[in-house]
Each structure stands twice: as structure tokens, then as C-alpha cells.
Write a protein that binds this ligand. Structure first.
Ligand code: NAD
Length: 355
């Protein structure tokens, strides 16, 4: 098949992948000519951050284990001041999207490089997208200065990721791949990565649920995270990401569980408008329909099913629907406020997707 015209812009970064690759972090820091890096993590990953700091020895300027979801602007400012005070010439972000997001917030104003050591499947390490939250509103943007220059994937660091977080983080990654497949700027390379990423997670997540320390399954999931993250970094996301952004930013719902609940409903809404994407996903997701197939898949793995159980009030449906329908963005199917309201109603109640 001859592909339709497309543009593919490769992002400048290096990936080191494999069990035990954390051992190469000091080499990676030296290779970049860095002599004093600040290690960043969430509070829960403080021990891993300390272990990394010890391995880095003299090349470590300090540890800041305070990263939080959606990067509050006050935290970013404090971290920037700490980085200056400690004379940090770069950052090592160990953890999920929160730790990497904090590194991005500092890199955005300082231009100092980030080495990412991802321990969830969020994909932030593969993107030049930053986010900052101020007074309850989240701003995002793209800037190449925040793209990690080096990413070190070590599956051994993920064996302690709880099964519930693994499942929702994995479906969060699948969402990047699904929306990349119908993105206006998708290219054949990214479509291959998207399919490969979805395939990896559909195999890895049930194996992780059965045996969370299964290193092969963990490696497969991290490989999927790389593929899906690259999709997020290279394409324009649509309705699904817009909805989750609004649900996270406006009513503070948790990032990965929200993606997990919403994705099947957006797929049910969008896929009839993109039959070629639907066919590609049908070949991967078990069952007659990929939206229902994914809903059943994550339900079987114990993932949350409804926005209600994530803490959303029914009264918030109208507010979020108006917000999402009023801002323009690419989507394969037109988005009217009534459609979004209906989609959110189903996602709120957790009924079988039929939008
Ligand atoms: P997270 O980074 O907050 O991690 C979730 C929880 O898992 C935390 O409590 C963390 O301490 C814990 N955790 C992480 N790794 C662990 C491990 N190996 N073992 C045990 N516990 C572990 O959540 P996330 O879903 O990875 O990231 C969400 C944030 O990232 C949001 O703010 C979101 O907006 C952002 N994000 C940004 C992009 C981007 O491209 N800019 C992409 C995806 C997500």
C-alpha cells in the first residue's frame, strides 16, 4: 500500500532499554558532560531516588522527592530555586509522569537537560509537552527544551508498581496509541508504533496482574510504554485527551484511572468515523468491537469502571461537557455538547459503552 502524504519529525533523544540498565546511569550522566545533577521523584519513590543518588556519587547535587501530579506552580518555583541553589547542571527524574513533569517544569525555564528513568507507563518521557497547574487551572505547552535528552527504561524498577496502578497506567498508554492512529498528523512509522504498543500492553497487563514481579511481562509493558509514549510525542491528540485534561484540571480526577474509564467511551464514539483504524484495533483487541473489548479487558483486570467511583459528582457533567465542546481541536467526528454530555453520562455511570 502506498501511504498518503505525511510529515514525520523524529525527536532528538536516546533510549537505553533493558533489565539492570539503571547501572548505566552514571555513564549516561558523564556522556552528557553533566557533573552535578538533581534527582527528582515523587515522595513514594524517595527510596529509589536515594539509591540513584548513591549510585551517582559526586555527580549528584541532591534529591528532591516532592513531585506531585499536574505540577503545582508553587512546587515548580521551589524546585527551580533549589536547582539554582545547589548548582545543578541537569536533572534525573525517577518515577512516573509526576516526577518527569517536575523535571520538565524546571527545564522549561532553565534549559538544563533531563535524563528520565520512567517507572510507570505514562509516556511523558517521550514528549516535549509540559504542564503546570495554577489556581486550579492546568496549562500545557510544547517546547523541545523539556524533552528528556536520554531515557533509561529498566523493567526491574517497575516490579513494585502495584497491579492497579500498572493496569490504569497501561491503559493510559493505550489511549495515546489509539488517538495517534486517527490523529491528523499520524504517519506510517507512528501507526506501526501504535499497533506495537497496544499489542504489547494487551499481552503484558494480564501477565502482570497474575504475577506482578514477572520481569518479562514488565519488560514488555515498558516496551509498550515507549511505543505509546512516542505516539503521544509525535501526534496531535483528540477528544479523549481533551476530556481527560478537563476532568483532571477542573475536578482533579486522578490521571491514569480517568484515562482508563473514559477511553472505551471515546472509542465507541469515534471509531465508527474511522473504519480503517477500527479494523486495525479489531485485529488486536479480543471481541467483536474494540471499544467494548477494551472495556471488558480493563474490567477483568479490576480497573475502575466509572467516573462516579473516581469521585466525580453527577452535577459536574454539564460543566465539563460545555468546556470540552467549546474549545476547538482535531477529532475524527464532530463534537457537539450533547454528544459529550451523553458520553460523560455513560462514563460517569460505568455502563457498557454505546455512544
Ligand atoms: P505518577 O507519576 O503520579 O505516579 C503514580 C503513583 O505511582 C505515585 O504515587 C508514584 O509514587 C507511584 N509509583 C511510580 N512508580 C512506581 C513504582 N515503580 N513502584 C511503586 N510506585 C510507583 O502518575 P503517572 O500516571 O505516571 O503520571 C501522571 C502525571 O503525568 C500527570 O500529571 C499527567 O498530566 C502527567 N503526564 C504528562 C505527559 C506529558 O507528555 N507531559 C504524559 C503523560 C502524563
Amino acid at each position: 500500500m502506498i501511504p498518503a502524504p505525511f510529515v514525520y519529525q523524529a525527536l532528538p533523544m536516546r533510549v537505553r532499554f533493558g533489565s539492570g540498565s539503571i547501572g548505566q546511569l552514571p555513564d549516561e550522566v558523564a556522556r552528557l558532560g553533566l557533573s552535578s545533577v538533581l534527582v527528582l521523584s515523587s515522595a513514594g519513590q524517595g527510596e529509589s531516588a536515594q539509591a540513584v543518588a548513591i549510585a551517582l556519587g559526586d555527580r549528584c547535587a541532591g534529591v528532591l522527592a516532592e513531585a506531585r501530579m499536574h505540577v503545582p506552580v508553587e512546587l515548580a518555583e521551589r524546585a527551580r530555586a533549589d536547582a539554582d541553589r545547589l548548582g545543578a547542571d541537569g536533572f534525573v527524574a525517577v518515577g512516573g509522569g509526576s516526577a518527569i513533569g517536575l523535571g520538565k517544569a524546571i527545564a522549561l525555564t532553565s534549559g538544563r537537560p533531563i535524563i528520565a528513568v520512567p517507572t510507570t507507563y505514562s509516556g511523558s518521557e517521550m514528549t516535549a509537552v509540559w504542564g503546570l497547574t495554577e489556581a486550579g487551572a492546568k496549562r500545557t505547552g510544547r517546547d523541545l527544551r523539556v524533552l528528556p535528552v536520554s531515557v533509561l527504561y529498566d523493567p526491574e524498577l517497575t516490579t513494585g508498581l502495584p497491579v492497579g496502578v500498572s493496569v490504569t497506567s497501561g491503559v493510559n498508554a493505550i489511549a495515546h496509541a489509539v488517538e495517534a492512529l486517527y490523529a491528523p498528523d499520524v504517519s506510517p512509522v507512528i501507526a506501526l508504533m501504535a499497533i506495537e504498543g497496544v499489542r504489547a500492553f494487551l499481552a503484558a497487563l494480564p501477565a502482570i496482574a497474575k504475577a506482578p514481579t514477572d520481569l518479562d511481562a514488565r519488560a514488555r509493558a515498558q516496551y509498550g510504554a515507549w511505543m505509546c509514549g512516542a505516539c503521544l510525542g509525535a501526534t496531535t491528540m483528540s477528544l479523549h485527551h481533551r476530556l481527560c485534561h478537563a476532568l483532571g484540571g477542573t475536578i482533579d480526577l486522578p490521571h491514569a484511572p480517568t484515562h482508563t474509564v473514559v477511553l472505551p467511551y471515546v472509542m465507541a464514539y469515534n471509531l465508527p468515523s474511522v473504519p480503517e483504524v477500527s479494523a486495525r484495533l479489531s485485529a488486536l483487541v479480543p471481541g467483536p468491537d474494540p471499544a467494548i473489548g477494551l472495556w471488558e479487558f480493563s474490567g477483568r483486570l479490576g480497573a475502575p469502571r466509572s467516573l462516579r467511583e473516581l469521585g466525580m459528582n453527577e452535577d459536574d457533567i454539564d460543566r465539563v461537557a460545555s468546556q470540552v465542546a467549546s474549545s476547538p481541536y482535531a477529532n475524527p467526528r464532530g463534537v457537539r455538547v450533547d454528544d459529550v454530555r451523553e458520553l460523560l453520562r455513560q462514563a460517569w455511570a460505568g455502563t457498557k459503552p454505546s455512544v
